[in-house]
Ligand binder design. Structure first.
Ligand SMILES: NC(=O)c1ccc[n+]([C@@H]2O[C@H](COP(=O)([O-])OP(=O)(O)OC[C@H]3O[C@@H](n4cnc5c(N)ncnc54)[C@H](OP(=O)(O)O)[C@@H]3O)[C@@H](O)[C@H]2O)c1
Length: 230
């Protein structure tokens, strides 16, 4: 199954998205590397091995998503895996008490509604796949079980993304579309900052859900393939 799939990665121009694109392309998959800045996407795609095509993909742009899905219908004709990776605002500078709600709105717009409408845009193409999967790149920061104060926009948005994961997983079960959330761990990207683990390790945690076999689990939340409490 691996090696001949059509994989869409949002936020593929840098960080974990770029590394997921690299790992998929290295094994022969066709990667549609989504970037809201197409030039940045094309720069990233040029540096990756294999069949990588940069596409303009802003998860907050419904018209752009519809146009891209139409384009992919005529080119690849299906999507096997959608990796909802794009996210904003790891807001370590504020608390839920000092919060700028404009930042929260932006986080919800991108991290939750963006992933939601991207999934809906690609749903007809996922339904054309024999092995459809949706991967939500979440964070343990969204775990209600361990949630305390801090990073309010980010944590609330990831908790909502986790709820979305379970809701979509339930509603898409009859379509045999596996929908799972993953935490990549603390990773040394622009968002994670220095000190985190290597990007390849974080991406491997995402690849676990990309590579689930037919009949594999749906509605799970894992890091490195092991359950994270919701
Ligand atoms: N790094 C960590 O320690 C860590 C830990 C837990 C979870 N995560 C999660 O892992 C995922 C990737 O994080 P990262 O560390 O790789 O972050 P990053 O380096 O900040 O990259 C974020 C990516 O998302 C893109 N993006 C932002 N808004 C977008 C939009 N509206 N439409 C399309 N793309 C958009 C960015 O594009 P631009 O280049 O155009 O800004 C960039 O490509 C995120 O979901 C994050 O929450 C990361």
């Amino acid at each position: 199954m691996n090696g001949d799939r059509v994989i869409v990665v949002t936020g593929g121009n840098r960080g974990l998205g770029r590394e997921v694109a690299r790992q998929c392309a290295a094994r022969g998959d066709i990667v549609l590397l989504g970037a809201r800045d197409l030039a940045a996407g094309e720069r990233a795609a040029r540096e990756l091995p294999g069949r990588v095509r940069a596409v303009r993909l802003d998860v907050t742009d419904a018209d752009g998503l519809a146009a891209l899905a139409e384009d992919v219908t005529h080119t690849e004709g299906r999507v096997d895996v959608l990796v909802n990776n794009a996210a904003v605002h790891y807001d370590t500078w504020q608390t839920s008490v000092t919060v700028d709600l404009a930042v929260v709105r932006e986080a919800l717009e991108t991290n939750v509604l963006g992933a939601w409408q991207t999934t809906l845009a690609f749903l007809p193409l996922l339904r054309r796949s024999a092995h459809p999967r949706v991967v939500m790149v979440s964070s343990e920061g969204g775990s209600l079980a361990s949630m305390g104060g801090g990073t309010p926009a980010y944590n609330v948005s990831k908790a909502a993304l986790n709820a979305l994961t379970r809701t979509l997983a339930g509603d898409l079960r009859r379509d045999r579309i596996l929908v799972n959330a993953v935490c990549p761990g603390w990773v040394a990207t622009d968002m994670g900052g220095p000190g985190g683990r290597p990007v390849a390790d974080g991406a491997a945690s995402i690849m676990y859900a990309v590579d689930l076999p037919d009949g594999g689990p749906t509605s799970t939340f894992t890091r490195d393939g092991r359950p994270v409490p919701w």
